[in-house]
Design a protein around this ligand. Structure first.
Ligand code: MTE
Length: 325
């Protein structure tokens, strides 16, 4: 299931100074709740016609507007749109890599809302249509070209999760964030089989969830997410193995205790809660030291935290990463 990958991480984008400053301010965590609200509540992500999103997995979705390049983007060669959308893991549609594209045609990604609950002062619901407001345009919709820990380089489009979470005012008891995928056996044939305890669930520690690299993702290659890639909204956590990036999210809850996660429930020996890409900690059945990127023949060295060590290593200072795998 998981291969992992990454090489040089380089932030090298030419952007207007005002945008750059704003982003820097965001990265330093000084943008407040109001800006977080604006990120989702007022961002004009889609053209109005995008409301009618094609569910034909062969058709490309609507274009996303006002997307700016993240300074955290890599400049590595991108995996092709074709490969990103035909080689997937999305067990709700079957276990073969080609199943999600083949069997996601009936899935309806709109209308859609995500509930926010648990340890927070202002629980609420985020309707995806809130995002589509062409009158209040925000500039902080990013394209983050990042190396995926299952050997692709994908230009995701989304908003950093942190400011969205702030909007619901997590309390001091909110130590973790729990994510749940949609449960719709009528549209997701894989859910008619019980090899996984549906729905798919995932979790992050709250500081991981707040990290600027953690993206609430709505698109790729400048277009809305195809069904097979987790439409209409999914997580991307670039320094972790791919299964942490939960797809088709319907609920997000702040919790005091570490939440259960699907692969840990299924096989705790092989899949831990943290699942940070780590060449030093082998999977019980294979080495994680090297990997092959999709579309390339030769293998390459796996990098610590998938190449994002400079950005995230401080989150794990003092932790035994073999124990907390
Ligand atoms: N989310 C849900 N709901 N169901 C899944 O089966 N698979 C995970 C993750 N998110 C999965 C999921 C795994 S194992 C991987 S590697 C990535 O999605 C794959 O994302 P991609 O198909 O967009 O590359």
């Amino acid at each position: 299931m998981l291969i992992k990958q990454s090489e040089d991480f380089k932030a090298s984008e030419v952007t207007p100074e005002s945008i750059y400053r704003e982003r820097r301010r965001f990265m330093q965590g000084t943008l407040g709740i109001a800006s977080g609200a604006a990120l989702l509540g007022g961002a004009g992500l889609l053209s109005p016609s995008a409301r009618a999103i094609a569910t034909d997995p062969d058709a490309k979705g609507e274009e996303l507007r006002y997307v700016i390049e993240s300074e955290l983007s890599t400049d590595e060669e991108l995996t092709s749109y074709d490969d990103i959308t035909r080689y997937n893991n999305f067990y709700e549609f079957g276990t073969d890599k080609g199943d999600p594209k083949k069997h996601s045609r009936r899935f309806k990604p709109r209308p859609w809302s995500v509930s926010f609950s648990g340890e927070c002062e202002k629980p609420g619901v985020l309707d995806l249509d809130d995002v589509i407001n062409p009158h209040q345009l925000e500039e902080r919709i990013y394209r983050l070209r990042c190396v995926e820990a299952w050997s692709m380089v994908i230009p995701w489009v989304g908003v950093p999760l942190g400011p969205v979470l702030e909007r619901f005012r997590p309390t001091s008891k909110a130590k973790y964030v729990a994510f749940t995928s949609v449960l719709r056996p009528d549209e997701m044939p894989g859910q008619k089989r019980s090899f996984i305890d549906w729905p798919y669930v995932e979790g992050l520690r709250i500081d991981e969830a707040m990290h600027p690299l953690t993206l609430l993702t709505v698109g790729l290659y400048g277009r809305v997410l195809p069904n097979q890639n987790g439409a209409p909204i999914r997580l991307v956590v670039p320094w972790k193995y791919g299964f942490k990036s939960i797809k088709s999210v319907v609920s997000i809850a702040f919790t005091e205790d570490e939440p259960p996660t699907t692969w840990n429930i299924e096989n705790a020996r092989e899949y831990g809660f943290y699942s940070n890409v780590n060449p030093e900690v082998d999977h019980p059945r294979w080495s994680q030291k090297r990997e092959r990127r999709i579309g390339f023949f030769s293998k390459r060295e796996t990098l610590m935290f998938n190449g994002y060590a400079d950005q995230v290593a401080h989150l794990y200072e003092g932790m035994d990463l073999a124990k907390y795998y």
